[in-house]
Design a protein around this ligand. Sequence first.
Ligand SMILES: [Zn+2]
Length: 337
Amino acid sequence: MKHLLFSLLCLAFLLGSTRAHAQNPYKEFGIEIEPLTLSKGTYNEFFTNDSLVRIGSVILDTRNNRIARFVVVDTAYSEATLEPELTVRFLQPDPYAAYYPDLSPYSYAANNPLFYTDPTGKYIVIHYYDDDNGDQTFIFDGTNGSEAPDNAFVQAFMAAYNYATSNGEGTALLEAATNSDLSINLGAAVGDSYAKGDWVFWNPTQGITDGGNAPVISPAIMLEHEMDHSVDRMLNPDSHAQNQADKSSMPHARNMEEQRVMEGTEQRTARSVGEIGAGQRTRANYFSAHPVMTTGSTSTIIDRRASYMYWKNRYNQRKRQGLSTAWEEANMKRYKN
Ligand SMILES: [Zn+2]
């Protein structure tokens, strides 16, 4: 702005360099005033460039309809100052702004478009790494499964989705994929599966079991379980928060939200695909089950080697932290050999 003012000043002096009598543009209207000019009326001060108009990045001279010059845009400068004609922003608040109280309602993809994508604002956005370790996404809307990339994580999800929804259950997965008001990100969990915010992190080979002769519950049912948390958080934010704070479910579940999911879609979906019989449960209660590694995302067969490694890692981690290792040690021994 300083620079522009200085340019205009120079221009004014250049153009007005011929001595002229004091100008008064209002004289023809019969008004006698002393014009406020920089030279106190000594020079003609006018701006001839009013015939130049800017159209996009072109300055057009309207007297001869020729391009006078091009607007040179310093992108480094404009990106830092967010010139509206050069940056793209939402013109209305994000309809999901209520779910992200810590973000500006006008920001796109949490201001991190290189990592997050929100191309449709809905459906399940599956994040995965391609063979070159590059971030990729596949947006699943419940109908485009045939277009899913040939990637182990995406295919594990597709198998789990088709399996869980095959007999009319898996309703949270179905809702997440097909409800155009919902946008849920799915990423691969390194350890245990969990839901956080609008993300579900899922371990495609981790199920649960109460041990002994109790049924093994597949990773697909655990995916449905986590999806239910995420969907409920978005569709019923008030009751979801209440259920999370409600600990009256103890000692059977961590809170009412866990109880709701465990007693609801977890039992129904597991039963619909035959993982539990009519009188059986996925687990006696929320705390009775332990994670177990399976041979696939829809499998109820325990991968003993992988399960042993999982519990060995947990055992060592607990030991390093100086915490009680009894539970980890028991499970580690359970899957040894
Ligand atoms: Zn849960």
